[in-house]
Design a protein around this ligand. Sequence first.
Ligand code: MLT
Length: 265
Amino acid sequence: MPIQHVSVGGVKLAVEVEGNGAPLLLVHGFPLDHSMWRGQIGVFAASYRVIAPDLRGFGASDVTPGVVTMAQFSEDLAKLLDALGVNVPVTFCGLSMGGYIGWQFAMCYPHRLSALVACDTRAAADTPEQAAGRRDLAQRVLKQGATIVADAMLPKLFGPDAIAKNAEYVTATRRVMETTDVQGIAGALQGMAERPDVRSWLPQIACPTLSIVGEHDVISPPQEMREWTASIPNARLAVVGDSGHMTPLENPAQFNASLAECLQR
Ligand code: MLT
């Protein structure tokens, strides 16, 4: 299905919508776009209404100046669901930055969630050093271009062999990063730098929750995800083999099996 452009509060978001059934919202990571879900959209559209947007500042969506907070992204998604006429609770599946946005969505719109799938993500805030590093990168990317972000991120995103094998998804991911608007990248970097620590709030999540992590994820390592998942009342953790941070791309078969099981419950 072609990409639609939907106006939410004066900003046009690009979104791929496929299939019919209970809604499944797929929220991409940083600095990517909805194409990271290409191994899921067609598969799950056979049974669900799959909604895969490009967030503000990414892909084919509008870019706005300044800091974009995780709360702002979450509000955009709630408005997008309204604009698409989605008036039943959704399964929110977000990867990494998409997961940070998921916490905000769960805090602000708990009644709109039927399940939360938190993939390769973190519940802690940045340390002061990490936040300063992001703010510095935001300034540099505006001057030097998106390639410096691609160079910094790619080695951390994938499992040990992916880059050496030059897997198709590594090349495609670099292309997406390098063509992302620098203002979109800088806005999200600053938004991530100021995101809150949600660990003490996690016990309040009432909906079924699935955490998914790649066994070789170095950005949100399995042990860290295991610790915070244990504090969510109705949650379980699935560890995806042969994968780094980008589980939906690196091991779609195992990722999809875990997501399908969650959706069927
Ligand atoms: C992502 O994949 O969205 C990023 O790794 C998130 C981050 O930089 O914290």
